[in-house]
Design a protein around this ligand. Structure first.
Ligand code: THU
Length: 132
């Protein structure tokens, strides 16, 4: 199954009764295995989680800690861009040149790298330089 097919399939399972905006994400682990996740909302709105977070959690739960490719798809005609928090989450596990495909069910997709999506990311280097 392709990354695109995995993201599209998992999107169907998204739990989004509050926003009505179903999102699917798939990441390819360094082993080549694909991990998928969807957004899971909650009546206590801030407790909801993004599709990207679900896919990353599945990858880490399977024992992988590096991703090489990302695909995110949402309904509509505008390519979905990962939120700020998810950009940082993806950055934790991917090199700057990792490609993120942002897709829409009824429109063109767009590809950007992690570095383009999160310039000036907070990194372990910042932690090291701040430790006393
Ligand atoms: N959402 C994602 O799952 N991923 C994104 O990249 C953008 C936003 C979800 C969060 C929430 O459940 C819904 O879309 C509306 O913000």
């Amino acid at each position: 199954m392709s990354l695109k097919a995995a993201a599209e399939a998992v999107r169907e399972n998204a739990y989004a009764p509050y926003s009505n905006f179903k999102v699917g994400a798939a990441v390819r682990g360094a082993s080549g295995t694909i991990y998928a996740g969807c957004n899971v909302e909650n009546v206590a709105y801030p407790e909801g989680t993004c599709a990207e977070a679900g896919a990353i959690a599945a990858m880490v739960a399977a024992g992988e800690s590096s991703l090489t490719e990302v695909y995110v798809v949402a309904q509509g005609s505008l390519p979905v861009t990962p939120c700020g928090g998810c950009r940082q989450k993806l950055k934790e596990f991917g090199r700057p040149d990792v490609q993120v495909t942002m897709a829409a069910t009824e429109g063109a997709s767009q590809i950007m790298t992690l570095a383009e999506l999160l310039p000036g990311a907070f990194t372990p280097e910042h932690l090291e330089h701040g430790q006393s």
